[in-house]
Design a protein around this ligand. Structure first.
Ligand code: GLU
Length: 560
C-alpha cells in the first residue's frame, strides 16, 4: 500500500530530522524502511521516490514543528534525552513589577565580546519584566577616554539588538556629584583629606584614622570649597568616604570618592577639575536613576561593599545586587589601551581587524548577534567562574547561519587539471542543499579537454584509476593527478566510493580569506560568489565566511 509506505517514511523522516537538527537524511530513512518489512526490498525504486518527496517536505519544516508532528504520529520514536533543552535565565527577585537596569561601560574604545555579557543579560531581563534600560557611559577618567567611543558603543549596542531607553554620560552630572559630596560631608560621612596619599594608605592598612578624619564637618566643607575653586593641585587633596576602618578587608576601608584631575575632558574641556571616582559616581547614579537590579561581575564584589556604605550613609534603599562569575577570554586581545596603541603602530588595521575580539571584528567575520545572545543566556548568571568558549559561540552561530548561508566553491592552493572525453559539461549546483527555492549556480564548461582548478592536496598524490567526483559537475577517473577521464554524471558513482572534491572553472575570481589568526589564504572563488558580497556564505569544505568587496573577493573567516 503506497499510503502505508508514505506513513512509514514520514515517521522515520521526522525521527531522523529531529535527531539531526532538523534535516533528515534519505539514506538512513530508506534503510529503516527496508528493515521494517521484507517486501519493500523489491520495491526499492518506489521507496526511494516516496522518501525523497517526504523528506523534501519534512526538511522544509522547522525543528519545533517536526518534533510536534513526531510526538503525534509516533511518540515512541521521540527520544527524550536527545531533545535540546531551551535554556532560560533564572527569575530575578523582586522583579514582578518591572525593573530598571543599566549597562555602564567606560568610553575607552568600542565594545568587545567581554562587554556583551552584561549588555545582553541586562537587556534580556528588561525585555522579560518590562521597565527601563539605561546606558551609562562612565567617562570620568579623561586620560582613558577615546572620543569616538561614545558613538562606537551605541552602534555596537544597536548591532547587538539591545533596546535601551536612555543614554547618559556621567560627565554631564558633575554638579550632581558635588551636591551629594557635600551632603556626605554635612552628615559626617566623608572627609576632605590633605595627607600625602601614601601616608593615608599606610594608616588605613593599620586600621588607623588619618588626622583629618575626625575633624568637624564645617572644616571639611571649607576645604571642599577650596578644592572646588582651584586652591589645590592634583594629588594634594581628595574627598574620602568613611566606611569601617576595622573592616577585615582593607579594600573596603575608607575610599577616595573625588579627586583633582587637570587633564581636559573631551566633552567638558577644563570646566571641571574635581572628578568623581568610580564607586562614588556609580552609587549616586544607581540610586538617582532608580536602579532596581544591578547585574555585574564577581570582580566588582569589593566595589559593591564600598558602594553599600554610601546607601547606608544616605539612608537609601539598595538595589538587588547580583554578581555573576568571572569569564576568562583567552587568546584574544581585549585591552582597549593595547589595541589602540597597536592600531596606531599599524599592527592592526583598525577596531574591526579580524584578529580582535571587538564587536566590529566579530560582525565583520559573520558572527551573528543572536549567537552571542544565545551564548550568554546559556552561561546565565551563576557565580561560578568560566572560560569563554569560542567553539560554543561558533556552534550557536553555525546553527543560525547554516540553514541560510549560500554555498560556493573556493579553491585554495589551486592546481589546474583537465577532463578528457567530453567537450561541454554543464554544472548545476544548488545555492543551498536544502533550499531549492534559492536556485542554482549554473556553469557551462567547454574545451578539448575541459580545464578546471582544484585544491592541490585533493589530487596529490593520486594513483591512476582513482574515482573522483567533481561536485555538482561530473564523475571521472584519474589518468594522472592532473588528467582525468570523464565518467558520466550518475550519482551512484559516489556510493561506489568515489571521492568528492570541489573545483572552479576558468571564470573563477581571485579571493582572499582573512583568518582570525591574521593569516591570509589566497585562492579562487567561483564567479557566482561575487553576487553575494556582504553576505555570510559557506565556502564548501572550507568554512563560513563573510564576503566584502575589494579589488577581488575579500572573505573574513567565521568558523568551520
Ligand atoms: N564600568 C563598570 C564596568 O564596566 C560598571 C560595572 C558596574 O558598576 O556594575 O565594569
Amino acid at each position: 500500500m503506497p499510503e502505508e509506505l508514505n506513513k512509514l517514511a514520514r515517521k522515520y523522516a521526522l525521527q531522523n530530522a529531529v535527531e539531526y537538527g532538523g534535516k533528515a537524511n534519505p539514506g538512513s530513512v530508506i534503510g529503516q524502511i527496508m528493515a521494517a518489512a521484507h517486501d519493500y526490498r523489491s520495491r526499492a525504486n518506489e521507496v526511494t521516490e516516496v522518501v525523497a518527496s517526504v523528506i523534501s517536505d519534512v526538511n522544509s519544516m522547522n525543528l519545533e514543528a517536526q518534533r510536534a508532528e513526531l510526538e503525534r504520529l509516533a511518540p515512541e520514536l521521540l527520544e527524550k534525552k536527545k531533545i535540546e533543552k531551551i535554556h532560560e535565565l533564572p527569575e530575578l527577585e523582586g522583579a514582578e513589577n518591572g525593573v530598571v537596569m543599566r549597562f555602564a561601560p567606560g568610553p575607552t574604545g568600542p565594545l568587545h565580546i567581554g562587554h556583551t555579557r552584561a549588555a545582553i543579560l541586562n537587556d534580556e531581563y528588561v525585555k522579560r519584566y518590562g521597565g527601563k534600560y539605561i546606558i551609562r557611559l562612565e567617562d570620568t577618567n579623561p586620560p582613558t577616554i577615546l572620543p569616538e567611543a561614545y558613538d562606537l558603543i551605541t552602534k555596537d549596542l544597536d548591532w547587538l539588538g539591545i533596546e535601551y531607553h536612555e543614554v547618559v554620560n556621567q560627565s554631564s552630572r558633575f554638579k550632581i556629584y558635588y551636591e551629594y559630596a557635600e551632603k556626605l560631608l554635612q552628615g559626617g560621612f566623608a572627609y576632605v583629606c590633605t595627607c600625602p596619599p601614601d601616608d593615608w594608605r599606610t594608616l588605613k592598612e593599620d586600621k588607623k584614622p588619618c588626622p583629618h578624619r575626625s575633624l568637624e564637618p564645617n572644616i571639611h566643607l571649607d576645604l571642599w570649597e577650596k578644592m572646588l575653586v582651584g586652591e589645590f593641585k592634583p594629588g594634594e587633596i581628595s574627598l574620602v568616604v568613611k566606611t569601617d576602618l576595622e573592616h577585615p578587608n582593607p579594600a573596603v576601608r575608607d575610599f577616595v570618592a573625588l579627586r583633582l584631575v587637570d587633564e581636559p575632558h573631551p566633552l567638558t574641556g577644563d570646566e571641571f577639575r574635581v572628578y568623581p571616582l568610580y564607586n562614588f559616581s556609580v552609587a549616586i547614579d544607581d540610586h538617582l536613576m532608580e536602579m532596581s537590579h544591578v547585574l555585574r561581575g564577581k570582580d566588582h564584589l569589593n566595589n559593591t561593599l564600598r558602594q553599600e556604605y554610601i546607601y547606608e550613609h544616605m539612608g537609601w534603599k539598595k538595589p538587588v545586587f547580583i554578581h555573576y562569575g568571572w569569564v576568562s577570554i583567552e587568546d584574544t586581545e581585549l585591552s582597549t589601551r593595547k589595541i589602540k596603541a597597536s592600531i596606531e603602530e599599524g599592527k592592526y588595521t583598525g577596531w574591526n581587524d579580524v584578529r580582535l575580539g571587538t564587536i566590529a571584528a566579530l560582525a565583520r567575520r559573520g558572527i551573528r548577534s543572536e549567537a552571542i545572545r544565545q551564548y550568554w543566556i546559556e552561561v546565565g548568571i551563576k557565580s561560578v567562574d568560566i572560560k569563554f568558549s569560542w567553539q560554543n559561540l561558533y556552534a550557536y552561530n553555525k546553527g543560525i547561519i547554516d540553514p541560510v548561508a549560500k554555498r560556493y566553491f573556493f579553491v585554495w592552493n589551486p592546481k589546474k587539471v583537465t577532463i578528457k572525453g567530453e567537450n561541454i559539461i554543464k554544472s548545476h549546483a544548488p545555492l543551498h542543499p536544502e533550499k531549492s527555492e534559492l536556485g542554482n549556480r549554473e556553469v557551462i564548461l567547454s574545451g578539448d579537454p575541459i580545464e578546471i582548478q582544484v585544491v592541490s592536496e585533493d589530487v596529490e598524490p593520486l594513483s591512476p584509476g582513482t574515482r573522483i567526483r567533481f561536485k555538482d559537475l561530473c564523475n571521472s577517473t584519474s589518468e594522472t593527478p592532473v588528467v582525468f577521464n570523464y565518467a558520466g554524471n550518475d550519482l551512484s558513482f559516489v556510493k561506489e566510493g568515489a571521492k568528492i572534491i570541489h573545483w572552479v572553472g576558468p571564470d573563477a575570481v581571485p579571493a582572499k580569506v582573512h583568518m582570525p589568526d591574521g593569516k591570509i589564504i589566497d585562492g579562487l572563488a567561483e564567479k557566482a560568489a561575487s553576487d553575494s558580497i556582504s553576505e555570510i556564505v559557506q565556502f564548501e569544505r572550507f568554512g563560513f565566511v563573510k564576503l566584502e568587496k575589494g579589488n577581488e573577493i575579500e572573505a573574513y573567516f567565521a568558523h568551520k
